[in-house]
Design a protein around this ligand. Structure first.
Ligand code: SF4
Length: 766
């Protein structure tokens, strides 16, 4: 760590180089921002800071406080524009200075400004889902505690530790001791906290270092400082500092670099993008966050400096070699430890707008829903053959992993996690590499199998929390009554499917309490009664494990019995996420990771092949996806029995775990696209086929995935029930003509295949 003397005497270029290295090590190329609305709850303030135009005299405001309907109207505009944060900024304790403010609070039944702020935060949270960030100044512990249940994070600038600043002469709340006490109190209350320093208001460099060290010390005690804003002073007309010199850019850059070096890497460093004319030097000095940027409201603290448009911010960020990512008001490390850092009432509101990394969901799309996905593949407009993403790969962890892939290196857990972190232009870079590998391995054919799903029962003794198909009290009533198909009905459906050209039946169902091991053998007999030829793809690892258990025979013996009765391949469902920490949350009574792997290992050993699924986007993180891929890849290297990898994005709508407010609303489209691309890269050389689930992706989503490493569209299905029960809206079957329409804009052939990928020719030729 650099001493104060080192910080004060090291030349600026060296300091910023050191700061960049720390930033790059911690955050790679990623720079975040928070899409927000700015809600100035009151512009009255008991303090008179020498640089401030936010605070107004009572005669200059129409009402001492924004009315609840005005607050909501701003928040709703933000909600419509895709914001996730409601930043409440207000003057400090105006009721102590202005009788008008005191009277308004009395008339409206609030004891204090903070009490009204808590009310407004709750209103916004409940009515719009925007996450409040309360920025109410130097508060006492009871006030911070009052706001914690309704604001995901809180903030207060330390500004400076100097006690003799002219700027603060008439501002009792800017007493440094008061502000440090607030900072510590927030830590004691486990509040994710934003603070910062104001550069150029009279403090010297040693003073700025002292302020940063005090912040670091508080964070060392409580771990609660999520970001530090390094803000430059700009003089404003009508203030006592109107004639003061603005903070020179070099001083700002020095303070940013010093903040990055003094504070531990987990604290994010932010500089407001609307207070500097040139953004690149801020990145060069070591920031990793632009703070709140609003597409809706002005910066009421600096109204003369408009927010840059998002496109401008993205352009400036990318031209400096970084990628821009939207975040929540609470940063990922805090969002991922909700029991510690979030009031119980805020945990689901945060989860509901978060992606798997704990950053902000970037579009309204969700799997199985009707909102069209965003186009993530640069240069492709859906109307012709895809254009390559092209462009030179720039540095950063994602590009480094891709460079390794180009050299033939294998990706392991850490590299897979890095690939899943791709944002902005990195996403088409990953997709392009995956698409090239797809072309090398399986060519341009887009394959499908003509099949029928037969879900023989929806009654199940297991209680998987993501499952809307089996009977459960909190599920939406989409699947109708509990049922168990008669064996004759199974035979009839198989005959009907074969008459329509199906070459496969896919058999899956709940684990009925009355089933014994013989039941599955009888089902196979019912299929064979209709057709000797049709390929029987059926029975998950859970079903065969249960069948063997209920038959009281070893699994291998039981699988041989099923094989002799006609079973050919097993679906990879019941894998969910092959990580026992996650299984404990989503399917605690189901087979564990090793049992799933062992069921497939045993199936492969008796000559049954199978596939791998992953059901992603509920509670897990990219690390768990990576472990799932590596574990199944290891088994494939052992047995060679897997035919394909099938990503199944979690369809959340009617699932118990979502209705109980304990899961995200499925993966984002970016995550879904990356799941297919990263799988193509991770399984390269081991598994040739990456499948798209059109049921969950819809037509437009499927098209993009087919250009991002996927090569297979799965089955026509005829009777899809499981995703539909969870709320998916993309239909229960897809005819060959519809599949042809889906692939037509891609300029690639649609080819009918067998379950084991024997090609039967182009779809229309058979
Ligand atoms: S996922 Fe399968 S095992 Fe789990 S509850 Fe649903 S039907 Fe039963």
């Amino acid at each position: 760590m650099l001493s104060d003397a080192d910080l004060l005497h090291t030349p600026l270029p060296e300091l910023t180089a050191l700061a960049r290295a720390v930033r790059d090590e911690a955050y790679g190329r990623r720079v975040t921002y928070s899409p927000k609305v700015f809600i100035p709850l009151t512009m009255l303030c008991r303090d008179r800071c020498g640089y401030c135009t936010f605070a107004k005299a009572p005669a200059r405001v129409t009402s001492p406080y924004l009315l609840p309907e005005e607050v909501l109207s701003i928040a709703r505009a933000g909600q419509a524009a895709g914001c996730h944060e409601a930043l409440f900024t207000l003057g400090e304790r105006p009721e102590l200075r202005y009788p008008l403010a005191r009277q308004w609070l009395d008339d409206n039944g609030f004891a204090s400004t903070v009490e009204y702020l808590a009310h407004a935060c709750r209103l916004v949270l409940e009515e719009t889902g925007l996450l409040p960030h309360a920025n109410a100044g130097a508060l006492y512990p009871d006030e911070l505690a009052q706001l914690r249940p309704v604001s995901a994070s809180q903030g207060m600038m330390v500004e400076s530790l100097a006690t003799d600043l002219e700027a603060h002469r008439s501002a009792p709340d800017k007493d440094p001791a008061r502000r440090l006490a607030t900072l510590d109190a927030a830590g004691e209350l486990h509040i994710p906290f934003t603070t910062g320093i104001l550069v150029g208001i009279g403090d010297d460099r040693a003073g700025q270092v002292a302020a940063l060290r005090a912040i670091a010390a508080s964070h060392a005690r409580f771990g609660h400082v999520q970001e530090v804003i390094v803000q430059n002073f700009l003089p404003k007309a009508g203030t006592s500092m109107a004639r003061a010199e603005p903070c020179p850019p070099a001083d700002l850059h020095w303070a940013i670099a010093v903040a990055r070096l003094v504070l531990p890497p987990e604290i994010h460093i932010q500089a407001p993008p609307n207070l500097s004319d040139d953004l690149a030097p801020l990145l060069h000095a070591g920031i990793d966050d632009w703070g709140g940027v609003s597409p809706v409201t002005a910066d009421h603290v600096n109204p003369e400096r408009a927010w840059p448009a998002l496109d401008t911010l993205r352009g400036a960020t990318e031209s400096a070699g970084h990628v821009l990512a939207a975040r929540l008001t609470v940063y990922p490390s805090f969002a991922h430890a909700p029991e510690t850092w979030l009031d119980a009432g805020l945990r689901f509101p945060v989860l509901d707008v978060a992606d798997a990394e704990g950053l902000a969901r970037d579009a309204a799309w969700c799997s199985g829903g009707e909102v069209a996905p965003p186009w993530l593949l640069e240069g492709f407009d859906g109307a012709g053959p895809p254009l390559k993403a092209g462009g030179r790969r720039r540095g950063g962890p994602v590009a480094e992993v891709l460079d390794g892939v180009a050299l033939g290196q294998e990706v392991d857990v850490d590299e897979i996690v890095t690939l899943f972190s791709a944002r902005g232009p990195e996403v088409p870079m990953v997709a392009e590499v995956a698409d090239d590998l797809r072309r090398q391995v399986v060519g341009d054919a887009i394959t499908f199998v003509q099949n029928r799903n037969i879900n023989y029962t929806n009654v199940c003794t297991f209680k998987c929390r993501f499952c809307a198909f089996s009977k459960g009290p909190l599920s939406l009533n989409l699947r109708g009554a509990p049922y168990l198909l008669e064996l004759d009905e199974i035979t009839r459906r198989v005959a009907e499917a074969e008459a329509e050209g199906a070459t496969e039946v896919c058999l899956q169902g709940g684990i009925h309490p009355n089933f014994d091991g013989d039941y599955y053998v009888h089902v196979l007999g019912a299929v064979r009664a209709a057709s000797e030829r049709i390929h029987i793809h059926g029975f998950t690892a859970l079903e065969v494990t249960e069948g063997a258990r209920r038959s009281e025979v070893p699994l291998g013996e039981y699988l041989v019995r099923l094989k002799e009765a006609g079973l050919k391949t097993l679906p990879g469902t019941a894998a969910e996420i092959l990580d026992d920490d996650i299984r404990a949350l989503i399917c605690p009574d189901k087979i564990n990771t090793e049992q799933w792997l062992e069921a497939h290992r045993t199936a492969h050993s008796v000559g049954l092949r199978s596939n791998i699924t992953i059901m992603f986007g509920s509670v897990e993180q990219p690390l768990h996806w990576a472990r799932h891929m590596v574990r199944t890849r290891d088994l494939q290297r052992e047995t060679g029995g897997f035919t394909e990898f099938v990503p199944l994005p979690f369809v959340h709508m009617a699932t118990p775990i979502y209705l109980q407010r304990k899961a995200r609303r499925g993966p984002t489209f970016r995550e879904t696209l990356l799941m297919h691309s990263v799988a193509r890269i991770a399984y390269h050389g081991d598994i040739d086929n990456i499948q798209v689930s059109w049921v969950k992706m819809g037509v437009e989503g499927s098209r993009q995935l087919l250009q991002a490493g996927a090569n297979d569209l799965g089955g026509t299905l005829m009777d899809e029930n499981i995703s539909r029960a969870a709320g998916a809206k993309h239909g229960q079957r897809m005819g060959v003509e519809e599949l042809e329409a889906l692939v037509a804009p891609l300029g690639r052939p649609l080819v009918r295949r067998s379950t084991l990928y024997a090609m039967a020719g182009t779809a229309s030729s058979t």
